[in-house]
Design a protein around this ligand. Structure first.
Ligand code: SAM
Length: 347
């Protein structure tokens, strides 16, 4: 029997005209008009006859490319209700060949995504990835916020990652896409690179020129796919690891120890900063961009140890306070702890 095919659908240009849809600046709407490019995003996502979540379908260009692959089910989450007629039309066309497309009008950053997938798709974390794919061409500010939120969920096997190592393919401003995949010593290496690479294998698939969008954004766009790692490069709690990583990149041009020192109040900064490097067996003159994920993992282990010994250190916030927090007998405790911790960490 021949594979089902979608009935012919109007182009996005015609849809925008037909339903009088203008891009809304407030929602950073830029529509991708080129069918070859939306097909390419879907091809790179690797999706087959699967469960798919598309975030921000808008008028449905990318949605059409997903539907052409005849997924088992497509769920789209769109904030802007004006797209109802065009999304309904796509859902009806898919229903005509017995396909199932559900439309949710909501904010992707606020909804419970876990409830969208059926339990039978659940896989063990160590097994091959489940038949669930997340795809989205979102506004830049939303996708950057979302990737941090979703990396956190990956680290705790929550949401779509309660089903296993669900893959996702998202668009970002080109510079952000390059940062996400930036390797050690690259000048684009930053907090995002470390966070993404600690829990996933991010790949920059291709660049879409800004001129392919209507209206045209000021920048080009990078398509990045993320596969969660079976064994993350850190076992630390997401927030703790993120805190140390954030501090590591406080001053990009300085020695990384200057950045790490900002984890501590002024009066014990030098001493505890140096101790972190000794405990981690790292050269304090390494620049932030030269640190590997594993180096930052070791620094986090050292920081966690110090915070467990002296919880008041953990309360110190470099940006929030320029005042000194009292820390009694730091000097004595510090010297004693260093020996003890070296043994515990066996480094
Ligand atoms: N996917 C379409 C395309 O490729 O042409 C539209 C892309 S446009 C850059 C981003 C879409 O995401 C818009 O339709 C916008 O309304 C929607 N959007 C923006 N913020 C959103 C959010 N927080 N949750 C869900 N959708 C959102």
């Amino acid at each position: 029997m021949a594979a089902p095919r979608l009935p012919p659908l109007p182009t996005i240009r015609d849809i925008l005209k037909l339903y009088k849809l203008n891009a809304v600046k407030r929602l950073s709407q830029n529509f991708l008009m080129d069918k070859n490019l939306t097909d390419k995003i879907v091809a790179k996502s690797g999706l087959t006859g699967s469960q798919v979540l598309e975030v921000g379908p808008g008028p449905g260009g990318l949605t059409q490319s997903i539907l052409k692959r005849i997924p088992k089910r497509l769920v789209v989450v769109e904030k802007d209700y004006r797209f109802k007629p065009t999304l309904d039309m796509l859902a009806d066309s898919f229903a005509a060949i017995n396909g199932k497309m559900d439309i949710i009008y909501d904010d992707i950053t606020k909804i419970n995504v876990e409830s969208l997938f059926p339990m039978e798709e659940k896989r063990d974390w160590n097994a091959t990835a489940p038949n669930i794919y997340i795809i989205g061409n979102l506004p830049f500010n939303v996708s950057t916020h979302l990737i941090i939120k979703w990396l956190h969920a990956i680290s705790e096997h929550r949401g779509p990652w309660a089903f296993g190592r669900t893959k996702m393919t998202l668009t970002f401003q080109k510079e952000v896409a390059e940062r996400l995949v930036a390797d050690v010593s690259s000048h684009q290496r930053c907090r995002l690179s470390i966070m993404a690479q600690a829990w996933t294998f991010p790949v920059l698939r291709f660049i879409i020129p800004g001129k392919s969008f209507v209206p045209q954004p000021d920048v080009d766009v990078g398509v990045v796919s993320f596969t969660p790692l079976v064994t993350p490069r850190t076992q630390h709690d997401f927030k703790l690891f993120e805190k140390v990583t954030r501090h590591v990149f406080n001053f990009r041009q300085k020695y990384s120890i200057r950045c790490i020192e900002t984890l501590f109040p002024l009066y014990c900064r030098k001493e505890l900063g140096l101790m972190m490097y000794k405990l981690s067996d790292l050269d304090p003159t390494l620049r932030p961009t030269q640190l590997t994920v594993s180096d930052i993992d070791r620094l986090t282990t050292a920081y966690k140890y110090l915070v467990e010994k002296h919880p008041e250190i953990g309360l110190y916030e470099y940006r929030a306070s320029r005042h000194l927090l009292p820390l009694s007998n730091t000097k004595d405790v510090v010297v004693e702890d260093y020996t003890e911790m070296s043994e515990e960490m066996s480094i």
